[in-house]
Each structure stands twice: as C-alpha cells, then as structure tokens.
Design a protein around this ligand. Sequence first.
Ligand code: DAH
Length: 339
Amino acid sequence: MIDKIKEYIGEANAFQTQNKEELEAFRIRFLGKKGILNDFFAAFKTVPNEQKKEFGQVVNLLKNTAEGKVKDIQDFLEGQEVSVGFYGDLSRPGEPLKIGSRHPISLVKNQIIDIFSTIGFNVSEGPEIEDDWHNFTALNLPEYHPARDMQDTFFIQTNPDILLRTHTSSVQVRYMENNKPPIRTISPGRVFRNEAVSSRSHCIFHQVEGLYIDKDVSFADLKQTLLYFTKEMFGKSKIRLRPSYFPFTEPSAEVDIYWGLKTETDYRITKGTGWLEIGGCGMVDPNVLKNCGINSDEFTGFAFGMGIERIAMLLYQIGDIRMFYENDVRFLEQFKSSF
Ligand code: DAH
C-alpha cells in the first residue's frame, strides 16, 4: 500500500494544468470526500501497528503534496486572470484608430485657395461681426440705398452700426484700407443673412471673395481668371458673364458655368438650361477704391464673390444645404477619402 501511495505522490507532483476544470477534477480525485486520501485515511486502522508510523508519514506527504499543488496552480491561474483583466487579451488584433474627416466646406475652401494661390492670390480674412462701413457704406451702399434690401441683415439690437457680415466683400474693404496695390487676394469666410432656412438657402453660409487691383486691369483679365478657376475646379471650360448689378462693381456681371445636360441631375440643377450660376463679379467701382484710399485714376481692379456651399453641393451632389450644418457623422464620414 505504501508503494501505491508513493506512486500517487509522484503523480500529484507531476500534475500540471492551465485549466480550472482539470484542476478541480484533480482536487476532487485526491482531496474530495470520496477521494484517494480519504480512502487511505479509512484504511489506516487496517494497517499493522509496526507500519502505522511510516504509513502515516507517506499519507501526510501525499496530502501536503496534493494540497500544495492545488494551491500553487490556483494562485497561478488567478494571477493570470488579473493580468488578462488588466491588459485584455494580448493576442487580440488591434482596434483600428478612428480617423476624422474634413468637413466638405473646408475641403472645397482649401481647393479654391490652392487654385488661386497658383496664380498669385494670397488669403485674407476679416471679422464676422462687422460695422456698417465695411459691410455696406464703403462698398457704395450708403444708408437708405435700396440694394441693402437684397441682403437681409442681422443687426445687433443695441447698436445698429454693428452687424453680422452679409458677404465677404467687407474683407476687400479692409484689405484695401491696409494694403497698397498691386493687390491679389481671396477671402473665404462665413456670412450671415436673415433668411428662411430651406433645402436651398440657409441663414449661415460661406463665400469666397476675390480682389485684384493693379494698373490697367481689365474686364478681360477678370474673365480669364474666372475661366481658369472653372477649368481647375470643375473641369468645365465654358463660362458666360451675364450683365447684372452690384453697387460695388461697375460694370457688374453674374457668372454662369456651362455644366452640360448629360444626366438627369444636370437637368435638375440647371433647370434644363445646362447653365449654372456660381457667383457675381465686376470691375471695382471707382467710388469703392476712393473709399478705401486707393487712387482710382491710377488703379483699376476686378472683384468676384462665390458661395462655397453651392460649389460643394455641385461637386459632391448634395441635395440639401442643411446637411452641412447638422454634423451628422453618417454624412461627414463620406468625405473621409478626400483631403
Ligand atoms: N457680395 C456679393 C453677394 O454677396 C457677391 C459679389 C458680387 C461679390 C460681385 C463681388 C462682386 O466681389 O464683384 O451677393
């Protein structure tokens, strides 16, 4: 019997597992109520007296070995659980980092800046909260001028001289006041108008203003600049300038690009004509130059203004201007691949 016990001691010593169920089976087999040790304890009384001492010792050794084994493995497994809980499963594949995307308005704005910077235009900015002078009066739109009605304005209630700019043309005034010709600048920015919000118009939107002042600048220069821009931006090479009126330019024109009539969408966005208006332009009115401290006998120039949402809607086929301001990630995520 002693040899049998020694065999069990060897077996208990050699036992190894990483598995809780196997360990529990081992514990029940050796230390459980109906386990090996209890059988030996029960057999103790049948052992001849002279062997009792040695028998007792080996049974105790088996008991200590089995108990020690269970405890060691238990400690090891618990330690492992802690480290799995703390670090997670280290063999798991990594989670991809969530990369944000640029807003479509920023994408288009940056593209416009790139296009104009290759022909020497810099970028200028001005405040969104403006005064009457920069937004209206200096631009040949004195108080009570009927053309002020074209731009429903948000005024600051306590001070009618302060308003939210209705167009980025205010930046050309600031730029001319602070810089001498030659001037070649574009001014992208946010503008505000007190208009009903719908799928086609919003009370907040973005424009980019262009201004070129030098000696002998002509309408042909304006036309060529706009044509270059449309080619680069839309890949379209036909534009038309329709006579129009803006107080700050004389003559003034509306810029249409020939979008074509290839698809049903083309019919819808051009109302079946193939032509699409993208902004206004003209030769800077001499009064505006004078208001901004530039000698209108020496210098001439052109200006233009375009809506950025309009361009983004065209390029990305977005049917509702409100999408730009809802910050719905399902919309924004679609611009991930662009940069
Ligand atoms: N400021 C005009 C608007 O918001 C757009 C515009 C038209 C700007 C003609 C110009 C221009 O610089 O020359 O409707």
